[in-house]
Design a protein around this ligand. Structure first.
Ligand SMILES: Nc1ncnc2c1ncn2[C@@H]1O[C@H](COP(=O)(O)OP(=O)(O)O)[C@@H](O)[C@H]1O
Ligand SMILES: O=C(O)[C@@H](O)C(=O)COP(=O)(O)O
Length: 418
């Protein structure tokens, strides 16, 4: 029986939530999409990684329902739809429609919306999402290449995207404890709302919420709530991360995120290692571009400071590129170049991949053909090493916004001899 079955809308988000489940005592396996064949699993939690955040809505629904069917066939007690802690969604919005489709398929009519992750500065107050001290709409997320966020109000965002209406459980009620939250959820439901946004300011709130929503068939949110649920469900406090320990091998770093944090991380790492700036024009126009980059990488694969290939650009440069080539054309070409490069690197015996960016990580992992991961130690909150179950591959899938400034150097220090 799976205690928590997570459907994650991208791969970095999936490793993020898997790492919080593991850190808080639940054994967890992460799957790359819905497994095609039979797979033997004996874990408390399963996280299915999809690439459904910014694809067309009907595809996102189809993939999420396939994941749900698989989880139901395994006897999952609670389903968790994991999206970004910054509520990343396109103007048409996949979070609302996928939530509605999951509720329908579970024959249920109520769920909660909880994107917060206080340890990484994502909090919700009176239904408004903050990144550090800034409203979401005033943070770097307003310049995201694929899902720019220009509204911070979760009630408004849900009302625009989803079928039903949204109520609020505010911070004062959460301070009052588990019973007060349960009573308020009943009130929100009785008022005819289909969703309740949960304020969250700190870890104590997550623990209260974890206990209060433990019985709901479907919960939705970022990875923070997983901490609360895992602490409520786990029978031991031991971290379950030994199976994902990375071993030493040829290593590359790919950065496809344009977040402010990844820009700072790339600038920091470039001082210590060889780096290759991706040329977006060449990604679009040159069929053999990935091979050219592989030729540059080849003599550097055993460097103690692993070589870095980056598309990461600041907001102004990105805007110029998007104006020249179109946002979708540019991002698709960049993603495809990283995917081809990953496959070439694997053919040249690279076993360790450190990848920054959710969309980038999703396509790289899919192209490497990994079916399932063990979750290893956390390099930063929400960013663990993961180890392929079925091949000799160690990966770090870093959310664009997460990690310390020296994240790439830190990640390299975790590898041990086989
Ligand atoms: N220089 C660039 N020009 C255009 N698009 C880019 C550039 N660098 C990255 N991208 C695209 O931006 C998107 C970044 O998304 P993602 O990888 O999910 O990062 P994050 O985790 O920051 O959201 C990807 O589709 C990537 O291909
Ligand atoms: O919840 C989060 O912030 C992350 O887990 C996440 O979803 C990462 O997405 P990207 O920022 O696109 O890497």
């Amino acid at each position: 029986m799976i205690k928590i079955g997570v459907i994650a809308d991208d791969f970095t988000g999936a490793t993020d939530i898997a790492s919080f489940l593991v850190e808080n005592g639940l054994s967890t396996v992460q799957l790359s999409g819905v497994p095609a064949g039979d797979i033997e699993l004996n874990t408390d939690a399963v996280v299915i990684s999809l690439k459904s955040r910014s694809c067309p809505t009907d595809e996102a629904i189809r993939d999420s329902i396939a994941a749900l069917d698989w989880l139901k066939s395994r006897g999952t007690e609670q389903v968790y739809f994991k999206y970004c802690s910054t509520f990343d969604s396109t103007a048409a919005g996949n979070i609302g429609p996928v939530t509605d489709a999951l509720l329908d398929a579970l024959d249920h009519d109520f769920t909660i919306i909880c994107p917060s992750l206080p340890v990484n500065g994502r909090s919700v107050y009176m239904g408004n999402l903050f990144v550090g001290e800034q409203l979401l709409s005033e943070s770097g997320m307003r310049n995201h290449p694929v899902t720019p966020m220009t509204d911070s109000n979760l009630v408004r965002l849900m009302d625009a995207q989803a079928r039903g209406t949204t109520g609020l459980v505010n911070a004062a009620i959460i301070d009052a404890g588990v019973d007060a939250v349960k009573a308020r959820l009943e009130e929100v439901k009785a008022a005819g709302h289909r969703y309740a946004v949960l304020d969250t300011l700190n870890e104590a709130h997550l623990e209260t919420l974890g206990a209060a929503v433990a019985g709901l068939p479907l919960v939705t949110g970022g990875s923070g709530l997983a901490l609360g649920l895992a602490r409520h469900l786990a029978t031991s406090t031991t971290k379950q991360s030994a199976a994902g320990q990375p071993t030493r091998g040829k290593t590359v770093i790919f950065s496809g995120s344009c977040s402010q944090m990844t820009n700072a991380q790339v600038a920091d790492y470039r001082q210590h290692a060889c780096s290759y700036p991706l040329d977006v024009k060449a990604c679009i126009e040159q069929d053999d571009y990935a091979r050219q980059i592989m030729a540059w990488l080849l003599p550097k694969l055993d460097n103690p400071a692993a070589p870095l290939v980056f598309a990461t650009a600041d907001a102004e440069t990105l805007a110029q590129i998007q104006a020249t080539y179109g946002a979708e054309r540019a991002s698709t070409a960049v993603e495809e170049t990283f995917a081809e490069l990953a496959l070439l690197a694997k053919q040249h015996q690279v076993t360790n991949f450190i990848v920054a960016g959710g969309e980038t990580s999703s396509i790289v992992t899919q192209r490497l053909g990994v079916e399932a991961f063990h979750i290893g130690p956390q390099i930063a909150p929400g960013v663990p090493w993961v180890k392929a179950v079925d091949q000799n591959l160690n990966l770090t899938l870093k959310s664009g916004n997460f990690g310390q400034v020296d994240f790439f150097s830190r990640a390299l220090t975790f590898m041990v001899e086989k």
